[in-house]
Design a protein around this ligand. Structure first.
Ligand code: 4NP
Length: 174
């Protein structure tokens, strides 16, 4: 059984600092989900609290803006236990984030049911499948462009799946 073909209602993108990759993924998702006519909420958070309350990294904002994505409204936040109940799909930008998410989910008491399915952001990507979105924080322009290339590609793959899922589900399920 493949849960990934179901369109989720709330998606959370997670990276380390929540100032580069995941706010970019959030905004790319927001635009493409809206263009596809899907009603899916998307937010982002970081596994570390280094940049809580901060705006996205200036370089991320600049490179995203050149492709038509405005990240300026986001404020960095730390992943919380509540997120595992509030979101039905949590997407890790890399395998370190995925490990951290799985450990956190396991630390929640076994009797509690958390809604969230956890997956790698690139799970269905036709080009970058199974690959990390590399952390660009100590990188250069090329690294920030690479992040955008991968994020756009993976977002389109998810949205394509969700559109198919929504075409086959009832109005109530949407
Ligand atoms: P992000 O990038 O996880 O894509 O937001 C990073 C931002 C900050 C740091 C590391 C990665 N940092 O070490 O402060």
């Amino acid at each position: 059984m493949s849960l990934s073909s179901d369109a989720p209602k709330r998606v959370l993108c997670v990276c380390l600092g929540n100032i580069c990759r995941s706010p970019t993924a959030q905004e790319v998702f927001r635009q493409h989900v809206a263009l596809a006519g899907l009603q899916i909420e998307v937010d982002s958070a970081g596994t570390a609290a280094y940049h809580v309350g901060e705006s996205p990294d200036k370089r991320s904002q600049q490179f995203a803006k050149s492709r038509g994505y405005n990240l300026s409204h986001h404020t960095g936040r730390h992943l919380s236990q509540q997120d595992f109940y509030d979101y039905d799909l949590i997407l890790a930008m890399d395998t370190n984030n995925l490990t951290a998410l799985k450990q956190l989910q396991q630390s929640l008491t076994a009797s509690e049911h958390t809604a969230a399915r956890i997956a790698l952001f690139s799970e269905h990507d036709p080009v970058f499948v199974g690959q990390d979105v590399p952390d660009p924080y100590y990188g250069d322009a090329e690294d920030f462009e690479q992040v955008l290339d991968q994020i756009e590609s993976s977002v389109m793959a998810w949205v394509d799946r969700w559109q198919v899922a929504c075409k086959t589900c009832s109005k109530d399920e949407m």
